[in-house]
Design a protein. Structure first.
Length: 344
């Protein structure tokens, strides 16, 4: 059985679809510190391009976290494109701003400068969108947009023996926490129904991404949750993860994925924050906020970051303790400004 996405296809911009369909060799880039949405979207774009008889090279400045290795095609990502490659298009997936592509751009400046570009993204904070880009903050995931692009261009979602459908489903499951977040819309569910009909193993993907972890990762979660702090009369919950925690538990930085969503389960907190040491001079911050409360893009935007209203992040060029103090001061200002009807 297949699901008809016809009613949703008018939203697909002609310029973006035309550029992707016309490419002979696309360079497809995802964001640094990649997640299932950016990786799945990039694999989906590659499948579309390849169904048109063309080639795709997939680039991720950071290694693909082991969590995503179960999805077919994850071994295709390279850290660096070939400066002499015959690419004719750059497709940037799930990047709220172009600098999110990361350090690879600095290593190949002329190449990234030269290529015509299509941005496919869903970050509310994105201001880098040009006329041939598709930035839709209503989309739950960039993979939702890529599935519509495929359908619009007549590429069967079954392409690659179900591999494309699985990759796109993974991005949607990741960014909606398996349809639990308020970003899931009727269109998200229609696209997901089409992906499941095309062979995406929804339940297995959800289990892998959210309900299965190496024991070392559970130990890391235990350490970080044990030292959580609640401030501002319960309106802020935060914790920190140091390089020493990774060393003590034998985990990678990527194993912090999911921790912020546990902190965000606090009944009282308007703002949940996880500070992650990233070397001696750099701190990564993840933020989650309650519906109707603090806009997470405003908080992270004050530190050069971005994302979505309920989930956002930033990288601060300061040691963990200093970054934490500055960030908590800003979070307090915003959390204090939230007013809720009493008894709510
Ligand atoms: P995370 O907390 O890492 O799960 O990220 C939550 C959201 O914020 C995602 O949509 C990310 O794309 C976005 N985000 C995370 N880190 C940054 C950053 N340094 N700059 C801009 N956006 C970010
Ligand atoms: Mn992402
Ligand atoms: Mn995303």
């Amino acid at each position: 059985m297949s699901v008809d996405l016809g009613p949703w296809l008018d939203a697909v911009p002609r310029a973006a679809a035309g550029a992707i369909a016309g490419s002979r060799h696309a360079l497809v880039a995802c964001h640094e510190n990649p997640d299932a949405d950016t990786l799945g979207a990039a694999l989906g774009i590659a499948a579309i391009v390849e169904q048109h008889g063309a080639r795709a090279t997939l680039v991720s400045t950071d290694p693909v976290p082991p969590l995503y290795a179960f999805l077919e095609g994850m071994d295709r990502f390279v850290a660096d494109p070939d400066d002499a490659g015959d690419y004719d298009l750059l497709v940037v997936c799930d990047c709220g701003s172009l600098d999110r592509i990361g350090a690879v751009v600095g290593r190949h400046e002329a190449l990234f400068e030269r290529l015509p570009r299509v941005l496919v993204d869903h970050h509310a904070s994105n201001t880098d969108g040009g006329p041939s880009d598709w930035v839709d903050p209503e989309a739950a995931a960039t993979c939702e947009l890529v599935a519509l692009l495929a359908a619009r261009l007549g590429v069967p979602l079954e392409a690659g023996g179900g591999a494309m459908a699985a990759a796109l489903m993974a991005g949607i499951v990741m960014d909606t926490s398996t349809f639990a977040h308020p970003n899931s819309t009727p269109r998200t569910l229609a696209v997901s129904a089409a992906l499941v009909a095309a062979g995406a193993p929804l339940s297995e993907i959800s289990r892998r991404l959210y309900r299965s972890k190496p024991d070392a990762q559970l130990r890391l979660f235990g350490r970080v949750l044990d030292r959580l702090e609640v401030t501002d009369g319960g309106r802020i919950i935060h914790s920190s993860l140091s390089d020493a925690d990774l060393a003590a538990t034998g985990t990678l930085s990527a194993h912090s994925e999911g921790l912020i969503d546990l902190l965000a389960q606090s009944e009282t907190a308007e703002v949940a924050i996880l500070f992650k040491e990233f070397g001696p001079e750099s701190t990564r911050v993840s933020v989650r906020t309650k519906p109707g409360g603090v806009d997470a893009t405003v908080l992270t935007g004050a530190f050069g970051g971005g994302g979505h209203a309920r989930a956002a992040g930033a990288t601060i060029q300061a040691p963990l303790a200093e970054a934490r103090a500055r960030f908590l001061a800003e979070a307090k200002q915003l959390a204090d400004a939230v007013s809720r009807p009493t008894g709510a």
